[in-house]
Design a protein around this ligand. Structure first.
Ligand code: ATP
Length: 201
């Protein structure tokens, strides 16, 4: 099993931007959002169970899961949310472990936005937090997603606070809008992780 570095950060902090810098150096990525989508692709047992439980209304005409519809159903129904989590979490865990094991490199970057919210930080050897101000998060997300301030605030409020996230960090990478040395910072962490991976072996 390679050494596992979890990369986390709040909405719009720059996780994808930072992950792309690691990828440029040849570091393999495992993306928690991609896995969460893979386990409910059309024809998967999980999607079939969801359809049986919630009805055809949660399936789009192209047979994909209607995430928006499902989110609305579980939003006000804790029992349904629990049912869904009980179904999906073991499948996500299993697929994550499988992808970890397939990596043939000293370490991997596990890009996992809700690492702390989902209480899965113990699965990583090291936690790297992308840190920016809340104002920067809001500005970037509004610009990128053409969404409302209310919606961004709701998402921010559903995530852990900046302080709490930082309290879980082994390493912090700042990604402020005025920073120009992101690739240098990533290169320094990369060397550190190669060394740590060697020590762990
Ligand atoms: P989410 O969790 O919401 O998907 P994320 O943490 O992956 O977001 P990115 O998609 O990398 O964040 O970045 C959010 C937006 O901010 C993007 O449009 C990106 O181009 C922009 N951005 C990232 N880093 C910077 C920076 N240093 N300065 C200005 N804009 C940036």
């Amino acid at each position: 099993m390679p050494y596992i570095v979890a990369l986390t950060g709040g909405i719009g902090s720059g996780k994808t931007t930072v992950a792309n810098e690691f990828a440029k150096l040849g570091v393999p990525l495992v993306d928690a959002d991609v896995i969460a989508r893979q386990v409910v692709e059309p024809n998967t047992p999980a999607l079939e169970s969801i359809k049986r439980h919630f009805g055809d209304g949660v399936i789009l005409p192209n047979r994909d899961l209607n995430r928006q519809c499902l989110r609305e159903i579980i939003f006000s129904k804790p029992d349904e949310k629990k049912w869904l989590n009980d179904l999906l979490h073991p499948l996500i865990q299993q697929e994550t472990q499988k992808q970890f094991q397939q990596v043939n490199y000293p370490y991997l970057l596990w890009v996992v936005p809700l690492l702390i919210e989902n209480n899965i930080h113990h699965l990583a050897d090291r936690v790297l937090v992308v840190d920016v101000t809340v104002e920067e998060q809001i500005q970037r997300t509004l610009k990128r997603d053409k969404t409302s301030l209310e919606q961004v605030t709701n998402i921010l409020n559903a995530q852990v606070s900046r302080e709490k996230r930082l309290s879980y960090a082994n390493d912090i990478i700042t990604n402020h809008s005025h920073d120009t040395d992101l690739s240098d910072k990533v290169a320094a962490f990369h060397n550190q992780y190669l060394t740590l991976a060697k020590i762990k072996k």
